[in-house]
Design a protein around this ligand. Structure first.
Ligand code: GAP
Length: 441
């Protein structure tokens, strides 16, 4: 594992994801659509587990956080106020005069020659990354709207609604999980840079004088999230982003970079957005977005700390962290060392032999019993038991329960006990059926 070449690792992860039903190329049977990926039966379980864990941690487990689910299509004036229609949300693009391939100028070493066909590259021009579409039956500029490029604005435009309906006191936050769209010039590296992505974002509203304290608090929260969700924190590095590279709204940004197989790149970010967004929305909408402090009798526009988490990059960082090859019983095996809280299946149930109806019947009983308390239980009776273990190892199932003849009382002392095999060590333990649910939980 240690000397596995990094691009081999990416290839292995992409292949495992396809083979085992985690992630497929979007529109696969039509040759795909660049920058889009579909999550399969196992991928959606992994993704939902991550999102649910995030929501539980940052919304349900806190008393200062309010969730929203805003529309993807927003009034286009939102994007004027936020600065996204201007240069702030553009990337420098060059185009080849021969093959018409487009590249991000800031990602190239040679700005003159096309890396794909040797053609001549155009001078860089700014390319806005927002996708445009139209509402209703209008054509031309009328009715033009954008697919949101970040979930953040859905929270800023609902700041007043939340204030008026819930009456929270500072400091408090709003949280949202949802799709965002970016017309990336060069989508690449599997699910790392995509055109349709999902974000988990928090806008945390604070008094200006307290921003540094909250910034530090949220950095700590992000680090402990990464650790708990299964990102290898030894591969995470903090980058204090220089002013020239910061987003137009940010006065300070720390990127959490991760050692992805294709290089050390941004996984998450935390930004001090000041009062930039609320102030601009107040000016553009002419709606008062200030906060009245009952204690000090002051009225002011709150400042914002924004921790932002990309869902696809979370999944990729977790897969890179979890992918393991070792040797077991003289064979190389591959397994995903996923945290039980996010594994697509928490446990798999099998009869030792598929052709023994009494074993199958008992195993179905155990499966049904477990499913009452644990929703993500797999059933697997394909192939021999060794193959089943390999399959479950590869998809990261932490435990495999096997019903054998001893469960049925062949050895009376072991009646109503089953074996549980641990994914990481391969060791097997015998547990009584009455203890099983709690043991797994
Ligand atoms: N609201 C702030 C914001 O959107 P960002 O750094 O542009 O900031 C936030 O994006 C996060 O979204 C990133 O840290 C990354 O995890 C994810 N992200 C951004 N662009 C992405 C893309 N094209 N593909 C996959 N994930 C992306």
């Amino acid at each position: 594992m240690a000397d596995m070449k990094e691009n081999d690792l990416m290839e292995k992860i992409v292949s495992l994801c396809k083979r085992r039903g985690f992630v497929f190329q979007g529109s696969d049977i039509y040759g795909g659509l660049a920058g889009t990926w579909d999550f399969g039966p196992l991928g959606i379980e992994l993704k939902n587990n991550i999102k649910n864990l995030w929501w539980k941690r940052f919304v349900h487990n806190r008393e200062d956080m309010y969730g929203v689910d805003a529309a993807i299509l927003m009034n286009p004036r939102v994007w004027e106020a936020s600065g996204h229609t201007g240069a702030g949300f553009s990337d420098p693009m060059v185009e080849c005069n021969k093959c018409q391939h487009r590249f991000r100028a800031d990602h190239l070493d040679d700005l003159k020659k096309c890396a794909d066909c040797g053609g001549v590259l155009s001078a860089p021009r700014q390319f806005n990354m927002m996708f445009e579409t139209r509402t209703g039956s209008t054509s031309g500029e009328e009715g033009k709207v954008y697919l949101r490029p970040e979930t953040a604005q859905g929270m800023f435009v609902n700041f007043k609604n939340v204030m008026d309906s819930i009456h929270p006191k500072l400091p408090f936050g709003m949280a949202q999980i949802g799709k965002a769209f970016r017309n990336e010039i060069a989508p690449r590296d599997f699910i790392f840079r995509v055109r349709e992505l999902e974000q988990m974002e928090i806008e945390y509203f604070v008094r200006e004088s307290e921003w540094e304290t909250h910034f530090a608090h949220w950095m700590g929260e992000m680090k402990s999230w990464m650790k708990d969700v299964g990102v290898d924190v030894a591969k995470v590095h903090e980058l204090d982003v220089e002013e020239a590279d910061r987003a137009h709204y940010s006065k300070k940004t720390i990127d959490f970079e991760f050692e992805f197989p294709q290089g050390t790149k941004e996984l998450y970010g935390i930004a001090y957005r000041t009062d930039f967004d609320l102030k601009n929305h107040a000016e553009h909408s002419k709606v008062d977005l200030s906060y009245f402090d009952e204690e000090t009798k002051e009225r002011f526009i709150p400042h914002v700390i924004e921790p932002t988490f990309g869902v696809e990059r979370t999944i990729l960082a977790i897969l890179v962290s979890a992918y393991t090859e070792d040797e077991m019983n003289g064979e190389v095996r591959t397994y995903l060392k996923l945290a039980p809280s996010i594994a697509p299946y928490r446990v798999c149930v099998s009869p030792l032999l598929k052709n023994k109806p009494e074993l199958v019947a008992k195993a179905r009983e155990v499966f049904t019993m477990l499913k009452k308390n644990i929703p993500n239980v797999a059933w697997d009776d394909n192939g021999n038991i060794g193959k089943r273990y390999r399959r479950q190892d590869e998809i990261g199932t932490p435990a495999c329960v096997v019903i054998d003849f001893d469960t049925l009382g062949e050895n009376p002392e072991l009646l109503d006990t089953v074996t549980i095999r641990d994914r990481d060590t391969g060791t097997q333990t015998r547990v009584t059926l009455s203890e099983l649910t709690n043991y797994i939980k």
